[in-house]
Design a binder for this molecule. Structure first.
Ligand code: SAM
Length: 215
């Protein structure tokens, strides 16, 4: 998702009280030092305008959430939503997931959400896909043992790639559907993302897996 570059968005974000700007200094202690509690920490990587994580945090006040987004102009939209409806258990981080292990300590994360991640269709860019083995290895370091990743997309070739990577990277496939909205069990409690709403409304089946960090 590339929104028009918004002048000054970096500066606005740097001063926003819902953004963790000194995240590296809290590495390993984010729940205690940022949220002032010991609740489990869950993150969404590539959250876009933040609809999914905002609704998730709103319905689960006993869990801490961080929405991660690479682009300031996109993150700004999520901050505008938060200004209208403040949540004590949600913060944001502007960061490229490539560097995620610089920000979170070993086993610090309880769950990771990946929604409609960029496909990077060229084979030579496969390592940039957020569910590639390259990234799964990074997540292994920050996710607690038996922690989960939930991934949704309407892009079938990307999903097939992601399922293959699960085996290669030695994770456990817990649940998998190629048509989420017609899967009675997996759709229960589903929160739609902006992209999901768009693609579901034009009839695209949504794929979802849940995988476990067994290492
Ligand atoms: N998750 C949202 C949804 O389902 O509506 C947005 C999906 S959009 C296709 C992908 C988002 O991931 C974009 O906002 C993009 O800027 C962000 N993104 C892509 N690569 C990223 C990375 N390496 N680190 C952090 N965010 C990233």
């Amino acid at each position: 998702m590339r929104l028009r570059n918004i002048t000054g968005s970096r500066e606005i974000i740097a001063q926003n009280r819902f953004v963790i700007n000194d995240a590296k200094s809290h590495k390993g202690n984010i729940s205690r030092e940022v949220f002032n509690n010991e609740a489990p920490l869950r993150i969404e990587i590539g959250m876009g305008k933040g609809r999914f994580i905002t609704e998730l945090a709103s319905g689960n006040r006993d869990i801490n959430y961080i929405g991660i987004e690479k682009y300031s102009s996109v993150l700004l939209r999520a901050l505008q939503k938060m200004e209208e409806n403040e949540l004590p258990n949600l913060f944001f981080l502007r960061m490229d997931a490539e560097y995620i292990t610089d920000y979170f300590g070993t086993g610090e994360i309880d769950r990771i959400y990946l929604n409609f991640s960029d496909p990077w269709p060229k084979d030579r860019h496969a390592k940039r896909r957020l569910m590639s083995r390259n990234f799964l290895d990074k997540y292994t370091g920050i996710l607690k043992k038996d922690g989960l990743i939930e991934f949704k997309t309407d892009n079938r070739p990307l999903f097939d790639f992601a399922v293959e990577e699960v085996k290669e990277a030695g994770w456990e496939l817990v649940a998998c559907t190629y048509d989420l909205h017609n899967d009675e069990e997996m759709v229960r409690g589903n929160i739609m993302t902006e992209y999901e709403e768009k693609f579901h409304s034009i009839g695209n089946p949504i794929c979802k897996y849940i995988i476990r960090n067994v290492k």
